[in-house]
Design a protein around this ligand. Sequence first.
Ligand code: DAH
Length: 356
Amino acid sequence: MDGLAELRAKYLEQIAAAPDADALEAVRLAGLGKKGEISGRMRELGRMTPEERKTAGPALNALKDEIDAALRARKAALEDAALDARLAQEWLDITLPPRPRPQGSVHPVAQVMEEMAAIFADMGFAVAEGPQVETDWHNFDALNIAPEHPARQEHDTFFMHREPGDNRPPHVLRTHTSPVQIRAMQVQGAPIRVIAPGRVYRMDMDQTHTPMFHQIEGLAIDRAITMANLKWVLEEFFTAYFGTPVRTRFRASHFPFTEPSAEVDIQCSWVNGQLRVGEGEDWMEVLGSGMVHSHVLRSAGIDPDQWQGFAFGMGIDRMAMLKYGIPDLRAFFESDLRWLRHYGFGALQAPSLHAG
Ligand code: DAH
């Protein structure tokens, strides 16, 4: 058969010169594809005399095999080269110093909320939540604070803006966490044992007040809960929180949502201007509490002839200041990185009842 040597030379040259996989495939199709040149020659074999075929057949087959092998070899070589190029480009200098990764810290308020939740959880209290934009019914009326009650003014409430003609019930920024009591009782009924830590808002700003601060509410309703249970729970809490036995003193007080009501002081001393909790002869007021008023139970759909219990509310920010020796409340909310680094906690310093 004529021209096989030229054909061989042509294809081997094109294969060797193919710069990439696509070009190589084009060469393969031109030669060995269905309509390829060499395939065409194969078809011609049918028209030959047996004599001619005897020599042309094997020669053509050998050529086909040789070109096929050359194509494979070139393909493998191209793939190797591509891999080498990628490896050369993607190398990694593992001796380089890493990029700095700024580490945040857990704010003392967040940390203290976690600590408090852990202590109360141990006494069977679950965490409840409510909205910060609250209906004035939940924030006041349901808590037995009538519209004309002076507490509405005392709380220096932020009222939400209403367009003229907007007749939805008025909303406020909640002035305390007490409305979460109502929401929790409405959802869960009695018996119930919850705490509700969160943000509260009052129009107040000076050395010891910020317009937003944090409270934690406690609520326990059952058939026969008394103030003795309240006192025990609070003393257990303060003892665990401060890590030293802490006595409490109850002083008669008034809150619209409790009857009777008590303000609670914890035992402390001042030594060289330094406060020590759990020792000495002084007392420091830390929370308000009492037995939940029957009107409040009724507003939340609970029968006061069947159920009774206690509630309390405590400022979280000051509890954080007391425990961690933080002098100024306003710094809590200034987002000063130096302050946060100094007073903040590591992400892994998870509070537990057994942490030192
Ligand atoms: N809500 C009160 C406040 O913000 C604190 C408080 C007092 C909560 C007595 C209570 C309570 O649950 O029983 O000042």
